[in-house]
Write a protein that binds this ligand. Structure first.
Ligand code: PLP
Length: 420
């Protein structure tokens, strides 16, 4: 399937974000003869020069294994790795760097909690409370834990296409059997921004442990774990200008102290005998094996960069683009939009009547636009909404309203193509 050939338009850039775009070499290219319009930021963000340079510098000058050596390079690598932990603690306003565990990403962070915390604290008959809009990463690990322990899962309902949590039913769901509330901050499918501080506060009052899936929020708005007062928070570096393969699990110190190891191996032990071992305290107890040292260095550089851009500015820009896209798409006929009308993040999911989401993505690709189509790892939510998949455009601070205009133009073209 191909759209008719058309002259590529001039690259459009809004002046206020021009400086930031210039930091992202990848954005300055053509795809199928058209300027790249990268609107797949919820899947992964692009990486600015300072992050690429930090990775390069680390490998060119300091690369060695951490914590084991006493030679100069090993010392430097260890210092850089532990400095990245400090940086992540400051980024999240954690009480100390000991509350920061490096993981491969959000998925591994949540699996770590489900395995290590869950093993000690969840038993048959307990309830793990989630929402109907969770990413599979914040659902499947709890299903596995429930299978192992005999616990049950419960789901806070989502109010149809508008995609808000039905907060009026919260009290009804917070029963004495609930031991954990694990909730997504910003939905990757709907663009909903959940009231996580309020949810954590209500849960905490009942002695319920809380986990926030911050995969879509950590790089998009200020995050303060003390203000949120959550017990755990998970994020992925690659969605916030950092490299792939690195993420963070924040854990409240006293909760981490009471948890057994996640994986066994080097780096996490105090002493090992043939029959048994003893563990280091958190966070090292949870970081078996050689960590992603370069990834941590790159993530710290990404955090510096995001603070330079200003996380408030990023949040405001995201919300402005989200609102703009929503308004523009609402004007199109035969288009079903998902997620809240107001107060949405920079993520817009939609469905064109009689056109499969994958066809939209494929045809947009022919115009140089990167979208995503599918269930977005939220299959149960899609089923609830009565759809198989949606097309999704997701924005970051380097995107512009002109790029959204271009998206709308191409959607009109796709609609015309299918109407014949
Ligand atoms: C809300 C949400 N949670 C969790 C994840 C999983 O992140 P990762 O694949 O980086 O572990 C994603 C990824 O898209 C996400 O959007």
């Amino acid at each position: 399937m191909t759209l008719a050939t058309m002259t590529p338009p001039r690259q459009s850039r809004s002046s206020e974000m021009k400086n930031w775009r210039a930091d992202f070499p990848i954005l300055d290219q053509k795809v199928h003869g058209f300027p790249l319009v990268y609107l797949d930021n919820a899947a992964t963000s692009q990486k600015p020069r300072p992050v690429l340079e930090a990775l390069n510098r680390y490998y060119e000058k300091d690369n060695a294994n951490v914590h084991r050596g006493i030679h100069e390079l090993s010392n430097r690598a260890t210092l850089a790795f532990e400095a990245a932990r400090q940086r992540a603690a400051a980024f999240l306003n954690a009480r100390s760097a000991e509350e920061i565990i490096f993981t491969r990403g959000t998925t591994e962070a949540i699996n770590l909690v489900a395995a290590a915390w869950g093993q000690r604290h969840i038993k048959s008959g307990d309830v793990i409370l989630l929402t109907e809009m969770e990413h599979h990463s914040n659902l499947v690990p709890w299903q596995l834990l429930a299978e192992r322990t005999g616990a049950q899962l419960a789901f806070m309902p989502v109010t149809g296409d508008i995609g808000l949590l039905d907060m009026s039913r919260l009290e009804e769901f917070l029963t004495s059997r609930v031991k954990l509330l694990a909730v997504v901050h910003i939905s990757n499918s709907l663009g909903t921004i959940n009231p996580v501080a309020e949810l954590c506060e209500k849960a905490r009052k009942r002695g319920i442990t809380t986990l926030v899936d911050a995969a879509q929020s950590a790089g998009h708005r200020p995050l303060d774990v003390r203000e949120l007062d959550c017990d755990f928070l998970a994020l992925s570096g690659h969605k916030m200008c950092g490299p792939t393969g690195i993420g963070v699990l924040y854990g409240r110190q006293e909760v981490l102290d009471g948890m057994p190891p996640y994986q066994g191996g080097g780096e996490m032990i105090l002493s090992v005998e043939y029959g048994r071992s003893t563990w280091k305290p958190a966070p090292h107890r949870f970081e078996a094996g050689t960590p992603d040292i370069a990834g941590a260095v790159g993530l710290a550089a990404a955090m510096d960069y995001l603070d330079q851009v200003g996380r408030q500015n990023i949040a405001a820009h995201d919300m402005a683009l989200g609102a703009y896209a929503y308004a523009q798409l609402t004007g199109l006929k035969n288009l079903r939009l998902f997620g809240p009308h107001v107060g949405r993040a920079g993520i817009v999911s939609f469905l064109l009547k009689d056109v499969h989401a994958h066809d939209v993505v494929e045809l947009a690709n022919q115009r140089g636009i990167a979208l995503r189509g599918g269930h977005h790892c939220t299959q149960p939510l899609m089923r609830k909404l009565g759809v198989e998949s949606t097309s999704r455009a997701s924005f970051y601070f380097y995107n512009t309203t002109q790029e959204i205009d271009r998206l709308v133009e191409v959607i009109r073209e796709i609609q015309a193509f299918f109407e014949g």
